[in-house]
Design a binder for this molecule. Structure first.
Ligand code: ADP
Ligand code: MG
Length: 442
C-alpha cells in the first residue's frame, strides 16, 4: 500500500462510519502530507478544521488507521500550503432535477445542502423518510418551528428529492398565503371546481406556513376537504407552520386533529456547532474562503435565525468586495450592525472572563485541561453559568472548553447545583456572578 492509499483507505472507512454531511464537510477536504514511522501528517484547509477534527473525529480516525495499518499511529494536522485545497468548496453543489423549477422549487433547497444538528435532526429524518416513502409512513407530516430555521428548505427538499425518486410525480408546493389568493380568485371567477381538481389530483402537496390559516374560514374548509381527498387517495401531504396545530388560534377542531394526525415534529434553533457548519458550508458553496474565527464570530452573535446568519455572511462579502477591506472581526461587526437590533451578544467567553476574574485564575487555564481543585471548580461554575444564564446547550458549553463532552458538562452543572443547595455562601457567590453577567451588555 502506498502512503497515499493508506489515507484514502482511512477516508473510505470514515465515509461509512460518519454521516455524509460530516464526512463531506470535515474529512473530504483533507490530504495526506507525509507518513513517517509512527505518525501521519494530514493537511487541512484552515486551522479551524484542525481543531474541529481533533475534537470531533480524532478517535474515529485513529481507529480506522489502526484497522488499516495494524499499528497505533499519531496524527498531526497542518495547514494546507496549496491555495486550491484551502479555497476549494468542500460541498459540491448538487444538481437538482431540472423539473424542480417548474414546480416552483428552489434547486438549492435539497437535503444535501441542509446541515443537520441536534435542533433539526428529527425533522430532517422525518422529511427524508417521507420523500422516500410518499404516502406510506408519516402522513401528514407537520413541521413547525420559528422563523428562519429551515422549514421551507426542508419542505422543498422533500419535493426535490421526491422528483428524483418518482418520475412523473404530480406535486405542488405552495404557501398557504398564495393558496388563499388562488382560492379567492377561483371564487371570483367561478372556477372553484378547477381549483378543487387541481389540488385533489396531486401525489404530493407541500403546504408552507399554514399558521396563515388563522381566521380564514373558507380556506380552512377547502384544505380540510382537499386533505381528506388526498389522504383517501394515498397521497402525501406535508405542512409547515411557525407553531404546532393546536396553537393555531381559530383553527377548526377537525382541522387541528387532521393536521396533527400523522407526525408532528419541531425544529429548534441551531446550536453553535451547527451555526458554524452552516456558515462554512454557505461560504464554500459561494467559493469563498471564510476564516474560521470569523465564522465563529458571526455564529456567536446570530443565534436564532439562520436567514439572518446567512444575511450576515452575504453582507460581509459584499462589504469586503466593495471596499477591499480584509475580512476581519471589525468588518463582521459592521456587517452585523444593521441586521440584529438590540444586540445581546453575551457569549460564553464573557462568562469565562467573569469567572476567571472572580476565582483569580487565568482564562487560558480555565479553558484548559488542568485539574487542580480551584481551577476545576471555577471551570464547573463557568459551565453552570453558561447553562443557567445563557441557556447554552451542553454541547455548546463543551465547545468553549476545548470540545468537552456533553456528559462532562452535565456532570459539572449538576455538581454546582448540588453545592448551591447545600451551601448558602456558595449560592450567594453564584447569584452575584449571574447578576454581574446579566448587567454585562457585551
Ligand atoms: P423558515 O422557512 O423556517 O423560515 P427557511 O427554510 O427559509 O426558514 O431557511 C432560511 C435560510 O436558512 C434558507 O436560506 C435556508 O437554506 C437556510 N437554512 C436553514 N436551515 C438550514 C440548515 N440546516 N442547513 C443549511 N441551511 C439552512
Ligand atoms: Mg418558510
Amino acid at each position: 500500500m502506498t502512503d497515499e492509499q493508506v489515507w484514502n483507505n482511512v477516508l473510505e472507512a470514515l465515509r461509512f462510519r460518519l454521516n455524509r454531511q460530516a464526512f463531506d464537510t470535515w474529512l473530504a477536504p483533507t490530504r495526506l502530507v507525509s507518513f513517517t514511522n509512527g505518525s501521519i501528517k494530514v493537511s487541512v484547509p484552515n486551522l479551524f478544521f484542525a481543531d474541529w477534527l481533533k475534537h470531533h473525529y480524532l478517535s474515529d480516525i485513529l481507529i480506522a488507521l489502526k484497522d488499516i495499518t495494524g499499528r497505533e499511529l499519531a496524527v498531526e494536522f497542518v495547514l494546507a500550503e496549496d491555495r486550491n485545497q484551502r479555497a476549494k468548496p468542500v460541498v459540491e453543489p448538487v444538481p437538482a432535477p431540472v423539473a424542480s423549477a417548474q414546480f416552483r422549487l428552489r434547486t438549492r433547497y435539497t437535503f444535501d445542502t441542509f446541515i443537520v444538528g441536534e435542533g433539526n435532526r428529527l425533522a430532517w429524518a422525518a422529511a427524508r423518510n417521507v420523500a422516500q416513502n410518499l404516502g406510506k409512513t408519516y402522513n401528514p407530516l407537520f413541521i413547525y418551528g420559528g422563523v428562519g430555521l429551515g422549514k421551507t428548505h426542508l419542505l422543498q427538499a422533500i419535493g426535490n428529492a421526491a422528483l428524483g425518486i418518482y418520475p412523473g410525480l404530480k406535486l405542488c408546493y405552495t404557501a398557504a398565503e398564495a393558496l388563499f389568493l388562488e382560492l379567492i380568485q377561483a371564487i371570483g371567477k367561478n372556477t372553484r371546481l378547477e381549483f378543487k381538481d387541481k389540488y385533489r389530483g396531486l401525489d404530493l402537496l407541500l403546504l408552507d406556513d399554514v399558521h396563515y390559516l388563522v381566521g380564514k374560514e373558507s380556506l380552512q374548509e377547502e384544505i380540510f376537504f382537499t386533505f381528506n381527498a388526498l389522504q383517501d387517495a394515498g397521497s402525501q401531504v406535508v405542512f409547515t407552520s411557525d407553531r404546532p396545530p393546536k396553537d393555531i388560534p381559530t383553527l377548526q377542531e377537525r382541522l387541528i386533529s387532521r393536521l396533527g394526525s400523522g407526525l408532528v415534529v419541531d425544529i429548534q434553533p441551531p446550536d453553535l456547532e451547527t451555526r458554524v457548519a452552516i456558515l462554512l458550508q454557505k461560504a464554500k458553496l459561494e467559493g469563498f474562503d471564510l476564516p474560521e474565527e470569523i465564522a465563529l464570530y458571526i455564529a456567536n452573535r446570530v443565534r436564532s435565525n439562520i436567514r439572518t446568519l446567512e444575511a450576515a455572511f452575504v453582507r460581509l462579502i459584499a462589504i469586503h468586495s466593495l471596499t477591499g477591506k480584509p475580512v476581519s472581526p471589525e468588518l463582521a461587526e459592521q456587517a452585523l450592525k444593521d441586521l440584529i437590533h438590540p444586540e445581546q451578544p453575551i457569549d460564553g467567553n464573557q462568562v469565562i472572563s467573569v469567572v476567571a476574574e472572580h476565582f483569580q485564575v487565568p482564562v487560558q487555564e480555565l479553558k484548559g485541561l488542568k485539574r487542580t481543585k480551584r481551577i476545576a471548580l471555577a471551570r464547573q461554575v463557568a459551565m453552570f453559568l453558561m447553562r443557567n444564564v445563557l441557556n447554552l446547550s451542553l454541547k455548546d458549553i463543551g465547545y468553549y472548553f476545548g470540545g468537552k463532552d456533553h456528559t462532562t458538562v452535565l456532570h459539572a452543572v449538576e455538581k454546582i447545583n448540588g453545592l448551591r443547595d447545600k451551601d448558602p455562601a456558595f449560592s450567594s457567590i453564584l447569584e452575584k456572578l449571574s447578576r454581574q453577567l446579566q448587567r454585562h451588555p457585551s
